[in-house]
Design a protein around this ligand. Structure first.
Ligand SMILES: [Zn+2]
Length: 414
């Protein structure tokens, strides 16, 4: 299995500058390759493989722009591999057309496919083209290092995602005769409600800091763009945004670890939520983003794979909230505002979310009975091996030595 560990880096000023140079080279090469690919496609309906793009880098771009030698050659080759994946995703209909990168808006990162080293004893990481960089190695990674992705956040913090191959196979899910299934209802009020009665509160990371964020953004709008005070405020806003994201991630990691690992369930049943469709609702989108449905689902998926649990997904049209978990009566008049309701048939008073979780549990049990003997592990989305999973050590938990599992990095295109 491949696991990635994310470590905080503390580069010197020179190292930081060198990282910026490499990121600049990667951005320049990405834009050139995108222009070249787009023109070839428009003029001759031709598409290029990563091999063609590497040749274009070596024989056309690099001789014309000698300063590109600031970046390791393999790092630039990773750019062509990323662009090829981005085009493949576009042609599959999974994402939009690849976009040009800009200095200020695009994510700042680069990947080193080889010659990296993680020295856990001396707390340092060797990044090709930059040298040994001071780091906090909070846990000793196991296996062979495959690659390192260095990311510089808008707040200036630097992280290295190190992908390791431990050579072990993912455990095969075993379903006993009387399996324990845990139904999970994801919602906005509480992050998740389980069929065994466990509830996970929503930290509402954004809501907690929304006032301060708005205040800072208002101050920023009054400052002269590019001035020292403007830069200071920009940095403060970026740090606050990072803090919000970290609170969210930390909470979701603890929750998904507890659901998959600590609950002792043999299988997890969740609902296939139409997150992108829900995000189109302007009134709900902010809260949905704050509750991170997509991230929760993704973490449950890969943690099930790690711990050998079966994941059962109910169709998005499965009426989990509307069905009475006691007698099966359908409440067609249920609205989003009804948090509690009473079944007119069996007179059971339902908590909307708990009822939904119980229905998902029953769904999971019947799905297991149907597939008895041929239960498969959850299918993982195809991602680049450099992006498989990341152990998150969030800002919030830097000072705590809590183990709250690992995460998988989302497939990214740009
Ligand atoms: Zn009923």
């Amino acid at each position: 299995m491949q696991k990635a560990y994310r470590f905080r880096l503390y580069p010197t000023d020179e190292q930081r500058e060198q990282m910026s140079r490499i990121i600049g080279c990667c951005r320049f090469v990405w834009n050139r390759l995108l222009e070249y690919s787009s023109k070839s496609y428009q003029r001759r309906s031709e598409s290029h493989s990563a091999f063609d793009l590497n040749n274009f880098i070596a024989h056309t771009i690099k001789p014309a722009f000698p300063w590109l030698s600031d970046a390791p050659a393999q790092t630039l080759q990773c750019v062509s591999a990323d662009l090829t994946s981005a085009f493949k995703a576009f042609f599959r209909g999974d994402s939009s057309y690849p976009k040009f990168k800009t200095k200020h808006r695009s994510k700042k990162s680069f990947r080193i496919p080889q010659r990296g080293k993680v020295d856990a004893d001396d707390n340092r990481i060797y990044v090709q083209g930059v040298g040994w960089v001071e780091a906090v190695i909070h846990r000793k990674p196991a296996g062979r290092l495959k690659n390192i992705t260095v990311t510089v956040n808008p707040s200036g913090t630097v992280y290295a995602s190190c992908l390791f191959e431990d050579g072990l196979e993912a455990p095969i899910p075993v379903v006993p005769e009387n399996p324990k299934v845990l139904g999970i209802d994801l919602n906005l009020e509480r992050l998740a409600v389980c069929s065994d009665g466990t509830e996970y509160g929503n930290p509402r990371a954004l809501k907690q800091h929304e006032r301060r964020l708005k205040h800072l953004q208002k101050l920023l709008s009054k400052k002269k763009k590019g001035s020292e005070n403007w830069k200071k405020l920009k940095h403060e806003i970026a740090s606050l945004n990072e803090k919000i994201a970290n609170i969210r991630k930390d909470e979701i990691h603890k929750m998904t670890k507890s659901i998959v690992c600590d609950s002792q369930a043999d299988a997890i049943a969740i609902e296939d939520l139409n997150v992108s469709g829900m995000m189109r609702n302007s009134k709900l989108s902010k809260h949905i983003q704050d509750a991170s449905f997509f991230e929760t689902r993704r973490q449950i998926e890969y943690k099930c794979l790690w711990y050998g649990k079966t994941l059962i997904t109910a169709d998005r049209f499965f009426a989990s909230s509307r069905t009475c978990s006691m007698c099966g009566w359908h409440n067609d008049g249920l609205t989003l505002h009804d948090r509690e309701w009473e079944c007119p048939m069996c007179h059971t008073r339902h908590d909307r979310d708990r009822n939904s979780a119980l229905n998902l549990e029953s769904f999971g049990l019947s799905a297991l009975a149907r597939d008895a003997g041929e239960v498969k592990p959850p299918e993982m989305p195809s991602v680049d091996e450099s992006r498989v999973c990341t152990c998150i050590r969030s800002m919030a938990s830097v000072n705590e030595e809590k183990d709250h599992g690992c995460s998988m990095e989302a497939p990214k295109l740009a």
